[in-house]
Design a protein around this ligand. Structure first.
Ligand code: ZN
Length: 242
C-alpha cells in the first residue's frame, strides 16, 4: 500500500520531522516528488523498463543494466545529507508562508547554516524549474545544435583508480578504443550548452539525451541523420546540417 496514504501529510514542522523520520514514508514522498506521474524513468538512459529492488530501495534498469537510486542525477546526488533532511527541507520551503532562512532550516533539521544555505539554493532552483534534474534547454522556436565529439586519450591518461571509477560512474564502454564520446547540445538562442559522456552513438542513446535535455518544439540541428532519424520528427522540428 502507498505509505504516504497511511497518515495525513504534516501540518507543522514537528509533524514533518516525525513524518519523514519513517524511511518508507519519506521514500514514497520523494518518489512522488521526482516522478509525479508514477512512471519511474532511468535517470541515465531515460528507459522506462526497470525492476524495483524493495529491500535496497533502488531500481535496476533493463536498458543500461545499471542500478539507480532516488538521488541519482538530482540535486541530492552529491551530498551526504540524508533523504529525510532533504524532504523536511522541501516541505518547509513549500509551506513557509514568509520564506525561510538558512539559520532556521539548519536549526530545524540539525545541519550547519552553510549546509542549509546550500540546500535552500538547490531546492529553490528545483521549485522554480519544476524539475528535479537539470533544466532543459531549447523551447518553442529555439534553435538547438547537437553533435558528438570523440575525445581521444582523455580516459587513457587518467590515473588507473580514477579511470575505473569513471568507467563505473559513466557506464563508459569505449575503453577498447581509448576514446570518450561527448555529445554536446547547444541552444543557439540562449547560448547555453549541455554536454554528456555517452557510451556509444546508437540512435537510442543519442535520442534519449536529447529528450532529457531539450524542450519540445525546439528546432534540432544535427550532423548525424541516421542516429537522430525515426521518431524525432514527431517530437521536434528536425534539420540536418553538415
Ligand atoms: Zn538505464
Amino acid at each position: 500500500m502507498d505509505a504516504t496514504k497511511r497518515i495525513p501529510e504534516p501540518k507543522t514542522l514537528q509533524e514533518a520531522i516525525t513524518y519523514f523520520a519513517d524511511p518508507d514514508r519519506c521514500f514514497e514522498f520523494a518518489k512522488k516528488l521526482r516522478w509525479p506521474d508514477g512512471n519511474v524513468i532511468c535517470p541515465r538512459c531515460s528507459a522506462a523498463k526497470n525492476s524495483f529492488i524493495k529491500t535496497r530501495k533502488l531500481w535496476f534498469c533493463y536498458a543500461c543494466k545499471r542500478q539507480f537510486t532516488l538521488k541519482v542525477k538530482t540535486i541530492m546526488e552529491d551530498s551526504p545529507i540524508t533523504l529525510d533532511k532533504w524532504m523536511t527541507a522541501f516541505w518547509l520551503l513549500a509551506n513557509a508562508k514568509n520564506g525561510i532562512s538558512s539559520h532556521e532550516l539548519g536549526r530545524a533539521i540539525g545541519v550547519t547554516q552553510t549546509t542549509a544555505w546550500f540546500m535552500l539554493q538547490r531546492i529553490r532552483e528545483v521549485m522554480k524549474n519544476r524539475s528535479f534534474g537539470p533544466t532543459k534547454i531549447g523551447g518553442e522556436g529555439n534553435e538547438v545544435e547537437v553533435d558528438e565529439t570523440f575525445v581521444g586519450g582523455k580516459v587513457k591518461n587518467m590515473h588507473r583508480a580514477r579511470r575505473v571509477r569513471f568507467a563505473a560512474e559513466e557506464g563508459f564502454v569505449g575503453a577498447a578504443t581509448g576514446k570518450t564520446i561527448v555529445q554536446g547540445i547547444l541552444d543557439r538562442n540562449l547560448r547555453k550548452v549541455r554536454a554528456a559522456v555517452v557510451p556509444n552513438v546508437t540512435r537510442e542513446v543519442l535520442q534519449n539525451e536529447i529528450l532529457k535535455n531539450v524542450k519540445f518544439g525546439s528546432k534540432v540541428y544535427t550532423d548525424n541523420a541516421v542516429a537522430y532519424d525515426n521518431g524525432m520528427q514527431r517530437r521536434f522540428v528536425h534539420d540536418v546540417v553538415n
